[in-house]
Write a protein that binds this ligand. Structure first.
Ligand SMILES: Cc1cc2nc3c(=O)[nH]c(=O)nc-3n(C[C@H](O)[C@H](O)[C@H](O)COP(=O)(O)OP(=O)(O)OC[C@H]3O[C@@H](n4cnc5c(N)ncnc54)[C@H](O)[C@@H]3O)c2cc1C
Length: 464
């Protein structure tokens, strides 16, 4: 049969399997149907719930303004799909085109989309992680449990890690009037994502809202009482904090363990794919029937030097899922690249934070509008003499303008006089991102060598 005939058959009678029944999985399924795929569609998800939205979990749900079971994602169209919920995919046989499931079943596919996202990195000491009062926040069930405990007026909440999720949790706790300590190993909140300049503004913001913020510090141990309830945390400066809730917000790990040994290029940093969302195998050769989308994917972006970007962004999951789905049922000449402009939002301590581009690539930053001390500003990031990202605190209106600047590789620093430029924004300053070569959470390993026989693993201990 000709290539065109095979594609028509795939579109009409093919079997498409999606592993990961959340935002990216759902949007991909909808796109497949919208683009005329009439074959069989199976969605496999290890959570028992139909796809729901995660951003409200650390915002409206923790505040008690919505319950966790009211976060279902809206459906854009009827799917006519087989839902296999509450059962994990445990293996992939690429040669036989089969996904193995935890219940022993196997599902065959002609095209596979992997959209398994990430899971919250747990507290590294298992017995301490099991103490009653130690939480992570990634799922609807996590949010429901944590919100119940917050509603019971704990003495104090300890948030470990001040990235976006940790900062949003601290914000929700303060809004509920709860005493909060935030322990952050870096120099400031949000420093890994936005750098030291905004990090300092974020630190002041937290303190103004009554957070007991401790930076440059690590939680070294969590201590329980005789019946297994958390009662105290020990810090690397020798101090202790009495608390009955600790929320571990140490970032996320890609859900790729189930692909071990499959021959797919999958690891702790995600699944690498080409710009058309086709996954690479371990040899670095692109597959033609396995696609990837959402938080679990790493894909090259033309605007950012073709670097492989891993983005844990809601908008990226949607856009990449739509592109992957389109490409799964298209001929090579009709396929398109995933060229979404990275964009993110967060709401914390009464401030609406938004970003476009990739701030963490920035070498320098300039306060292009407004003022850090007013907590109302636009920071623009530069990389190799061009605008690479912009972040606004309560100044969303500027984002679209800077998005165009990033898209057109406009020079950095911006050489035009802009409205509301203050003296502090006249000159760029270093963006102050932490050294990416230093491990941030616990020990890690590096691999060197080419062939399997001369590969070496080097253990890189965590820095205190
Ligand atoms: C608390 C919180 C707040 C957030 N706030 C924002 C925000 O303000 N702005 C923003 O842009 N983004 C935010 N995000 C990020 C956003 O929610 C994610 O980018 C988005 O959910 C990614 O969708 P996904 O479908 O790729 O992955 P996920 O939503 O992680 O879904 C993956 C699904 O696959 C399942 N799965 C994993 N392994 C298997 C397996 N082996 N078999 C079957 N199923 C499996 C998982 O359980 C999960 O259900 C937030 C995330 C969280 C957790």
């Amino acid at each position: 049969m000709s290539g065109d005939g095979a594609l028509a058959l795939l579109r009409r009678e093919g079997r498409i399997v999606i592993v990961g029944a959340s935002l990216a999985g759902l949007r991909a399924a909808e796109t497949l149907r919208k683009e005329g795929f009439t074959g069989s569609l199976t969605l496999i998800g290890d959570e028992p719930h139909e796809p729901y939205d995660r951003p409200p979990l650390s915002k409206q749900v923790l505040l008690g303004h919505a319950t966790a079971d009211r976060t279902a994602l809206p459906r854009r169209l009827a799917l006519d799909a087989h839902w296999r919920l509450g059962v994990a995919a445990t293996g992939l046989d690429m040669a036989a085109r089969r996904v193995r499931l935890a219940d022993g079943d196997e599902v065959e596919y002609d095209r596979l989309l992997i959209a398994t996202g990430v899971h919250a990195r747990p507290w590294p000491h298992e017995t301490e992680a099991d103490l009653d009062g130690v939480f992570v926040l990634r799922t609807r069930d996590d949010a429901a449990r944590l919100q119940r405990r917050l509603a019971a007026s704990p003495r104090r909440v300890l948030v470990i890690g001040a990235g976006f999720t940790g900062s949003e949790i601290a914000s929700a706790c303060r809004e509920r009037g709860l005493p909060v300590t935030v322990a952050e190993r870096g120099a400031a909140p949000l420093v890994g994502a936005l750098g030291g300049v905004i990090g300092r503004a974020a630190a002041e913001l937290q303190r103004e809202h009554g957070v007991d913020l401790r930076c440059g510090i690590m939680v070294t141990a969590l201590e329980g009482d005789p019946v297994g309830r958390l009662r105290r945390a020990h810090l690397s400066d020798g101090t202790t904090i009495d608390t009955d809730i600790a929320v571990v917000s140490l970032g996320a790990t890609r859900n790729t363990e189930w692909l071990a040994g499959s021959g797919l290029g999958a690891g702790p940093r995600g699944i690498a794919c080409d710009a058309g969302c086709r996954a690479f195998d371990v040899r670095g050769i692109v597959t033609d029937d396995v696609f990837v989308a959402g938080d679990v994917a790493r894909s090259p972006h033309a605007l950012f030097g073709y670097q492989f970007l891993s983005l844990e962004h809601w908008g990226n999951a949607v856009a990449q899922a739509e592109t992957a789905a389109h490409n799964m049922i298209s001929s090579s000449s009709e396929r398109r690249p995933h060229l979404w402009m990275p964009a993110f939002w967060s709401a914390q301590f009464g401030v609406n934070i938004k970003s476009v581009g990739v701030p963490s690539l920035g070498e320098e930053v300039i306060v292009a509008q407004g003022s850090l001390s007013d907590r109302r500003f636009t920071c623009v990031y530069g990389y190799q003499g061009r605008v690479i990202a912009a972040v606004t605190f309560d100044q969303t209106k500027w984002l679209e303008f800077y998005q165009r600047q990033i898209e057109s590789a406009a020079p950095f620093p911006p050489d035009y006089p802009s409205v509301d430029r203050r003296p502090e924004g006249l000159r760029p300053v270093p963006a102050e991102f932490p050294d990416p070569s230093l491990p941030t959470h616990g020990p890690s390993v590096t691999v060197s060598g080419y062939s399997p026989t001369d590969q070496r693993i080097t253990f890189v201990p965590a820095h205190a």
